[in-house]
Design a protein around this ligand. Structure first.
Ligand SMILES: NC(=O)c1ccc[n+]([C@@H]2O[C@H](COP(=O)([O-])OP(=O)(O)OC[C@H]3O[C@@H](n4cnc5c(N)ncnc54)[C@H](OP(=O)(O)O)[C@@H]3O)[C@@H](O)[C@H]2O)c1
Length: 187
């Protein structure tokens, strides 16, 4: 069954990029893609992905090797962005819920990867569409920057591992029940 997973790396104080969108603090770290909770195992499960415009533009600026993904991708944006020849990239400003339904259909029996940023992951969570959060925590604090997930969410840890310099943790997102103490409508 398809799961919708926000898989990302974060600083210890909860930022996925510096204020000027640098990832130097992350890309300089040692980790094993084939190791526990590493990229290789995760990527095999991905059948569709979504990201925001800033993340897409970062990739365009920093990845001279071209588009790295073979699965259908949705980029949420109001900007005029350019694609990559032959890549299945769909620029959208449609409702996150409608796009999610398209992504699940495209993913088949694999998962939907929410690449980031944090608010986009939060938009999926707002609609009850985010199933899992998988974070690789780098041994650094940044003091500010792009937030990991600027929402309040209840989580249950389901797995953890050490991979190189990172502590990796998988969480299930706890859906709030209408009328429960954690239902935002009751606040
Ligand atoms: N540490 C990691 O592993 C990791 C992972 C992913 C990303 N990153 C980095 O983290 C930073 C994330 O940047 P960010 O916080 O600005 O988030 P982002 O999601 O990459 O980009 C945010 C932008 O996406 C567009 N957008 C978001 N939701 C939308 C919607 N529902 N409809 C239409 N457009 C929508 C908006 O841009 P417009 O309206 O202007 O188009 C918004 O300003 C980047 O530097 C990225 O490289 C790091």
């Amino acid at each position: 069954m398809t799961r919708t997973v926000y898989y990302t790396a974060t600083s210890l104080d909860g930022f996925i990029a510096t204020a000027d969108h640098s990832l130097d603090w992350l890309l300089s770290r040692r980790s094993d893609p084939d190791g526990p909770m590493g990229w290789t195992g995760f990527e095999q499960r991905v059948g569709a992905l979504a990201m925001g415009a800033t993340t897409y533009e970062w990739m365009q600026a920093h990845d001279p090797g071209g588009w790295a993904h073979s699965v259908p991708a949705w980029v949420f944006t109001h900007r005029r962005l350019t694609g990559y020849p032959g890549a299945d990239i769909r620029f959208t400003r449609a409702d996150v819920g409608d796009v999610h339904a398209e992504m699940v259909a495209a993913a088949g029996d694999r998962d939907v990867w929410v690449v980031g940023g944090g608010d986009l992951a939060g938009q999926f969570a707002d609609r009850g569409l985010l199933d899992e959060l998988v974070v690789s925590v780098a041994p650094v604090t940044l003091g500010g920057g792009a937030p990991l997930l600027p929402r309040r969410l209840e989580l249950v840890r389901t797995e953890h591992a050490v991979n190189g310099e990172f502590v990796c943790v998988r969480y299930d997102v706890v859906r709030t029940r209408p009328g429960s103490a954690t239902d935002p409508a009751d606040a």
